[in-house]
Design a binder for this molecule. Structure first.
Ligand SMILES: CC(C)(COP(=O)(O)OP(=O)(O)OC[C@H]1O[C@@H](n2cnc3c(N)ncnc32)[C@H](O)[C@@H]1OP(=O)(O)O)[C@@H](O)C(=O)NCCC(=O)NCCS
Length: 221
């Protein structure tokens, strides 16, 4: 069993702990040591029975372990991972046993893929991407570094998601591209290319605003 630590102790941190349990139930692989987080409530000592080990500067005490990043905001994941680059951490890839990944898919490091997510063929998933549960990716979909795809999203074949994007739950994305740092609101239908640094919502999706949303994506930031 390899030691692993989850960076981020919010709701997504707990869900990733559950994913690790699910992986271990199928075939014992990970020894979950606990969580590191600068933002943990001081009164919380454990999550799902696993301890909060300390703040992020404690990574130096666990350099033999593997790590996974569990912040639900793509821009915040990027910020935290970049702040840890100096340590050359071993980033784990965590896939639910219910995911089938064809060998033609290229997947980077630190990627999390949740239950019943379906990657078809020829997809390119960059480092630190999170594909939540029940996501469907058509052929040759590309997803850029740090992006987060929420539950029940479908992305048509050859769709392209940029870096640090946030794709809201239940949305559908045609074979179009979504620019870096953009957000697709929940239950939206994206039929045309989306430029970088915008929030789009609705059916069909239209620009709601330029820049990051005020709320509703994640409580991490
Ligand atoms: C798109 C989103 C990021 C916008 O957040 P925000 O910038 O804080 O926007 P607000 O909540 O202030 O809403 C602004 C307006 O957009 C509308 N709006 C917000 N989200 C919408 C959506 N998904 N679809 C359609 N309209 C939406 C609001 O009704 C509001 O309209 P109004 O001005 O007429 O009252 C957010 O609503 C969203 O959809 N988040 C995704 C949540 C999600 O899927 N999380 C994953 C959990 S696993």
């Amino acid at each position: 069993m390899k030691n692993i630590i989850i960076i981020g102790s919010g709701a997504l941190g707990a869900e990733v702990a559950w994913l690790i349990e699910e992986i271990n139930n199928n075939k014992p692989e990970w020894n979950l040591l606990g969580f590191l987080d600068d933002y943990a409530y001081e009164k919380i000592e454990t999550i799902l029975g696993y301890p909060i080990l300390g703040k992020l500067d404690q990574v130096v005490n666990y350099l033999d372990s593997h790590f996974t990043i569990a912040y639900g905001s793509s821009s915040f994941r990027k910020k935290v991972v970049e702040s840890l680059n100096q340590f050359e951490l071993k980033w784990a890839n965590l896939y639910s046993p219910t995911v089938y990944i064809h060998k033609s898919n290229k997947i980077g490091k630190g990627v999390i893929i949740g239950r019943y997510t379906d990657l078809t063929v020829g997809c390119e998933i960059d480092d630190f991407v999170m594909l939540n549960i029940h996501v469907v990716l058509g052929h040759k979909v590309k997803i850029g570094k740090y992006s987060i795809v929420s539950p029940n999203v479908t992305i048509n074949g050859e769709g392209i998601i940029g870096e640090a994007c946030q794709i809201g739950a239940n949305s559908f994305i045609k074979n179009v591209s979504v620019g870096d740092n953009s957000t697709v609101g929940a239950s939206s239908c994206v039929t045309k290319d989306v430029k970088s640094n915008v929030v789009v919502v609705g059916v069909p999706a239209k620009v709601l605003k330029e820049g990051r949303p005020n709320k509703s994506i994640s409580r991490d930031e």
